[in-house]
Design a protein around this ligand. Structure first.
Ligand SMILES: *Cc1c(COP(=O)(O)O)cnc(C)c1O
Length: 229
């Protein structure tokens, strides 16, 4: 199936359940992003700052770009002027840096807190307690140019569906609790980003309303360095 066919069928599948489809275009050339765009897709996710900036410059300006990979504080300035959402906020220090550059760009940047749910040490993210500490902190209260829209999580990379289901169930439960405790009067705290190509159906069953799909749309990522494609 072509990229356009994949977009069309996945859009139908996700929209039926009011789930937002984020097309993860990392390592894929701009021409393939354009193909997805021409099929009606507007939300794209990248995990590296340099690649995100270069694609932003090459592609239509009504694309909404989400950063989904680990972000170093010294790179925030490159994406702050245009990024639609940063899904990978994993420290108060990073949040403060995003706030600083959002202020400079005279805008409010939508963010998700990335929560650590996987049974893998290589993954980034805040623990449940750390996320609560962050939301309660004075430092967070002072970040006027940040809007926390919800939570993001990555499940363990495993064939064990029961484990994936439990990890997503825990994150959904945590999301509901956080919403009641800290965002009761804030309707914009409404995004639970969980699910990738291998596990998005489980994630949706567990309450995800944003899935991040790469290989299901663009095919497997064989070339490691996107510029050599
Ligand atoms: C690469 C990536 C995805 C998409 O992965 P696929 O398995 O290709 O769907 C989703 N989320 C994050 C954080 C990623 O880095």
């Amino acid at each position: 199936m072509s990229i356009a066919d994949n977009i069309k069928s996945l859009k139908k599948e996700t929209e039926a359940g009011k789930v937002i489809l984020l097309a993860v275009s990392k390592t894929k050339p701009a021409a393939e992003v354009q193909e997805a765009y021409d099929a009606g897709q507007r939300l794209f996710g990248e995990n590296q700052v340099q690649e995100l900036v270069e694609k932003y410059e090459q592609l239509p300006k009504d694309i909404e770009w989400h950063l989904i990979g680990h972000l170093q504080t010294n790179k925030v300035k490159y994406i702050a002027p245009f990024v639609s959402m940063i899904q990978s906020v994993d420290s108060i220090k990073l949040l403060q840096e995003i706030n600083k550059h959002a202020q400079k760009a005279d805008r409010v940047i939508d963010c998700l807190l990335q929560i650590y749910i996987a049974d893998e040490e290589t993954k980034f993210g805040l623990g449940f307690d750390e996320a609560i500490d962050l939301l309660r902190s004075d430092e967070f209260a002072a970040c006027k140019n940040i809007r926390i829209r919800g939570l993001m999580g990555i499940a363990t990379n495993t064939d064990n569906e029961k484990q994936i289901k439990e990890e997503y169930y825990e994150l959904k439960t945590f999301f509901d609790g956080i919403k009641v405790s800290y965002f009761r009067k804030d309707d914009s705290f409404n995004i639970l980003s969980m699910g990738m190509s291998s596990d998005y159906k489980i994630a949706i069953e567990q309450g995800s309303n944003m899935v991040r799909l790469g290989s299901t749309i663009f095919g497997t990522r064989v070339v490691k360095h996107w510029k050599n494609n």
